[in-house]
Design a protein around this ligand. Structure first.
Ligand code: ADP
Ligand code: ARG
Length: 344
């Protein structure tokens, strides 16, 4: 354990550097969860990467209570969700009011909705052992390979996959990239690529990443802007997997994930959308995004740049809002962004 208060550069804007005071550091620095996860591990990613926006990862559900003096203000700053709040789920596709906002197909290239999940009573990725991770891989891949109908598919372990196949899956937006420096410093890339892989159905409209940032990332995606179809498929997929796998969940924080930004619904609903004119008017673009609680990303995943005026627009809040509301946030933001693009 490193007992010295970390130093952050002057221009550091992470929530870690905002909320880690010497008092909180001293109060937590010798604590360990029952899985042996320490404050040093929880903050290492943000210490090694001062350009982090958040900077912390949990090693298990207990991290959120043991290190609450640090995690609580970070959770409140990101989600607007307080210690006394309770998270409520509402994951019913019938209640989503999201008719295709772009029936002409001029703007929306594709729609994707994912949720993160982790297995109950197993440490999260930053604290998991190699044996536990491999056991998660076999349990989850077996559960997935027993799915039927439109969800039927095959599991492809990363180990043994050709470099060409990997590169193709990444560039087609289906597979996670290797070597993320934020995950690296959080201990999430240990033993790479063992225990990691991707399951997908034949059309690649239903996919599951195993043992990346979370043990499962359950994904529904397709071309175009039929958001309701994507949400409905995800709902059926999650319900089917839940029949044989129990996920880590708390009444207060909803689904438990390794990064506090994903707690609650663990849902990120996104479109890849062509907004070339708004892209030239960053101030207006960002103001609309902020007003509608949506986040702007590049099209090759987080921390990537836009290409050809196409952006990834997704809901920002995931905790203290329901699944239906997450998608509604994205939908309302997309409708406003299309209107602004048309007006330019
Ligand atoms: P996550 O969704 O798990 O937070 P990323 O932002 O890193 O992670 O995105 C993961 C992958 O999903 C990337 O390849 C990204 O391009 C792809 N992706 C995200 N949204 C869409 C979308 N609406 N259509 C197609 N691909 C998408
Ligand atoms: N740890 C990174 C940061 O603080 C990513 C945070 C949110 N994204 C995520 N994939 N969990 O910037």
């Amino acid at each position: 354990m490193n007992h010295t208060f970390p130093s952050f550069p002057k221009d550091c804007h992470s929530l870690l550097c905002r909320y880690l005071t010497p008092e909180i550091f001293d109060a937590l620095k010798d604590k360990k969860t029952s899985n042996g996860y320490t404050l040093h591990q929880a903050i290492n990613s943000g210490v090694q990467n001062p350009d982090s926006s958040i900077g912390v990862y949990a090693g298990d559900a207990e991290s959120y209570t043991l290190f609450a003096p640090l995690f609580d203000p970070i959770i409140e700053a990101y989600h607007g969700f307080c210690r006394s709040d309770t998270h409520h789920s509402h994951f019913n596709p019938d209640d989503l009011k999201a008719p295709n906002p772009d029936t002409s197909g001029d703007y929306i290239v594709s729609t994707r909705i994912r949720v993160g999940r982790n297995i109950a009573d197993v440490p999260l990725g930053p604290a998991i052992s190699k044996e536990q991770r491999n056991a998660v891989e076999s349990q989850v891949s077996q559960a997935l390979e027993s799915l039927e109908g439109a969800l039927r598919g095959t599991y492809y372990p990363l180990q043994g996959m050709s470099s060409a196949d990997k590169a193709q899956l990444v560039s087609d937006h289906f597979l996670f990239k290797a070597g993320d420096r934020f995950l690296e410093a959080a201990g999430l890339n240990r033993d790479w690529p063992e225990g990691r892989g991707i399951f997908h159905n034949e059309d690649k409209t239903f996919l599951v990443w195993i043992n990346e940032e979370d043990q499962l990332r359950i994904i529904s995606m397709q071309s175009g802007g039929d958001i309701k179809a994507v949400f409905t498929r995800l709902f059926h997929a999650v319900s089917a997997i839940e029949k044989s796998v129990t996920f880590s969940h708390s009444k207060h924080l909803g689904y438990i994930t390794s990064c506090p930004t994903n707690l609650g619904t663990a849902m990120r609903a996104s479109v890849h959308i062509k907004l070339p004119k708004l892209g030239q008017n960053k101030e207006r673009f960002e103001a609309i995004a902020k007003a509608h609680h949506v986040q702007i990303r590049g099209i090759h995943g987080e921390h990537s740049e836009s290409e050809g005026g196409i952006y990834d627009i997704s809901n920002r809040r995931r905790l203290g809002v329901s699944e239906v509301q997450c998608v509604q946030d994205m939908y309302d933001g997309v409708v406003a962004l299309i209107a602004a693009e048309q007006s330019l």
